[in-house]
Design a protein around this ligand. Structure first.
Ligand code: FES
Ligand code: FES
Length: 172
């Protein structure tokens, strides 16, 4: 009988949650997550850090970029369990002491966002790119930021904002 075949939620086996310890924006946290949960979903849904955006959820748009152990990563393609013990910075953690990050200020000054949906990923990606130390020219910056898509036309302003902060850094 059909009713015999229906498995009630109570009789389902307990799903195998894993414990993951992360330091996110300098705060230590411990999560219980299913092994297939992405870091993006863990940040947004378990930690309520919704600044990191879910665009494509397939590694194609860069909206979900965060900084993990000093490197930019796509959090939609990263399982939370893979990052046990890591230090993560999201857009909520880039300002310091109540002061916006220089890139956040430059994005505002250059009108570098229209819908703003790609902005958190663009800023985290640019911070990671600066840390990589590879982008020397505007053309290289464009190439190394090409994984972060802006679909509404702010791209030139985004690159202008990044170049301005890069120039400030080279004078420090
Ligand atoms: S949401 Fe991760 S790359 Fe698009
Ligand atoms: S500002 Fe709209 S997608 Fe980037």
């Amino acid at each position: 009988m059909l009713t015999d075949q229906i498995i009630s939620a109570k009789s389902m086996p307990t799903l195998p949650h894993k414990t993951v310890s992360l330091t996110v924006n300098e705060k230590h946290c411990t999560l219980e997550v299913l092994p297939w949960v992405s870091l993006l979903d863990a940040l947004r849904e378990d930690l309520d850090l919704t600044g990191t955006k879910k665009g494509c959820d397939h590694g194609q748009c860069g909206a979900c970029t965060v900084i993990c152990d000093g490197k930019r990563i796509l959090s939609c393609l990263t399982l939370a369990v893979m990052k046990n013990g890591s230090e993560i910075t999201t857009i909520e953690g880039v300002a310091t002491g109540g002061e916006l990050h220089p890139l956040q200020k430059a994005f505002i000054e250059h009108d570098a966002f229209q819908c703003g949906y790609c902005t958190p990923g663009q800023i985290c990606s640019a911070i990671g790119m600066f840390q990589e130390g590879k982008a020397l020219t505007r053309a290289e910056v464009k190439e190394l930021m090409s994984g972060n898509l802006c679909r509404c036309g702010a791209n030139t302003n985004i690159i202008d904002a990044i170049m301005e902060v890069k120039a400030q850094m080279s004078h420090e």
